[in-house]
Design a protein. Structure first.
Length: 288
């Protein structure tokens, strides 16, 4: 495969939220996700990958090879069947023909950015495309300090029906917000999986960084408040398998609240210290 990445990467994202809900928890009435033992805020990997997918779809809509598999348009199984139709493969084999499954899997990797990047489970339906391990993996984001989530009561004058209109009272509702939180997420990119499985390329990598930096810029909503990507640090290895353990590299970036600040309410309330003394074969790049 041409132009497939041949180096391992790790990266650290720092982003914040102001007066918003960065990631609601359906199991808790859509309140912001919080670690119950530490009160640290949480944003799931699924949430972050959704925003990356959304940006790629906006930036490369209609371009060959940059479709998005995981989105709310049509069923996944219909997309798998489309691969079989395009390639002229025998359908409704339930994945029994391994050669056809492999061909269909390659088709999905070539045509869908999120399959090349994150992988996908495509072993459902009659026309299966197998399971793909993606080279790009992201951990849950966790806030640097505990966050306080509060339900805010809101009202509206417009009524939903005549019965409520005749009652005369304003409609009442609630929204949950975090007043401020700075979150840190860490990610990994495996050149080995890119080479052997998905074909994740240098162009895909550049688009990934672009998407991470801009993931909140085209995803605004009143519920999420003000969300900003503040920093993106990338560790680049010289080799495909890497030149140092990822945890050692992540420890090079330290984020702490300024000692003079009791309750953080802005990004400048934090001090970021970066140890730029890297292990041999590793370089650090500050992309934002």
């Amino acid at each position: 495969m041409e132009n497939v990445i041949n180096k391992r990467y790790e990266f650290v994202m720092l982003f914040d939220v102001e007066n918003g809900n960065p990631n609601g928890d359906p199991d808790a009435g859509n309140q912001p996700r919080i670690d119950p033992e530490t009160a640290l805020g949480i944003v799931t990997d699924v949430c972050l990958k959704r925003k990356i997918r959304n940006y790629v779809e906006l930036a490369r809509e209609g371009e060959a090879g940059y479709n998005i598999l995981i989105k709310n348009d049509r069923t996944l199984n219909s997309k798998f069947t489309e691969a079989y139709d395009t390639l002229g493969l025998a359908k409704k084999q339930n994945g029994k023909n391994k050669e056809d499954v492999q061909k269909a899997q390659q088709y999905m990797c070539q045509n869908y950015f999120d399959v090349r990047a994150f992988g996908a489970v495509m072993s459902t339906g009659d026309d299966q495309c197998g399971t793909v391990r993606g080279p790009v993996q992201i951990n849950f984001a966790r806030s640097i300090d505990p966050v306080f989530s509060q339900d805010i009561t809101i009202t509206r004058q417009a009524k939903t029906n005549e019965k409520r209109e005749n009652a005369g009272n304003a409609e009442m509702g609630r929204k949950s917000i975090v007043y401020y939180g700075l979150y840190r997420a860490e990610g990994y990119i495996s050149a080995s999986l890119a080479q052997k499985v998905t074909g994740f390329s240098e162009e895909d990598l550049a688009l990934l960084w672009e998407a991470v930096i801009n993931m909140f810029e085209n995803d605004r909503s009143a519920a999420r408040g003000k969300m900003c990507m503040r920093k993106l640090y990338v560790f680049e290895h010289e080799s495909m398998l890497g030149n140092a353990p990822s945890h050692i590299l992540f420890e090079k970036i330290d984020v702490k609240r300024d000692n003079g600040i009791s309750v953080p309410r802005k990004f400048s309330d934090y001090i970021i210290t970066v140890d730029k003394t890297m292990p041999e074969g590793v370089t650090i790049v500050e992309k934002l």
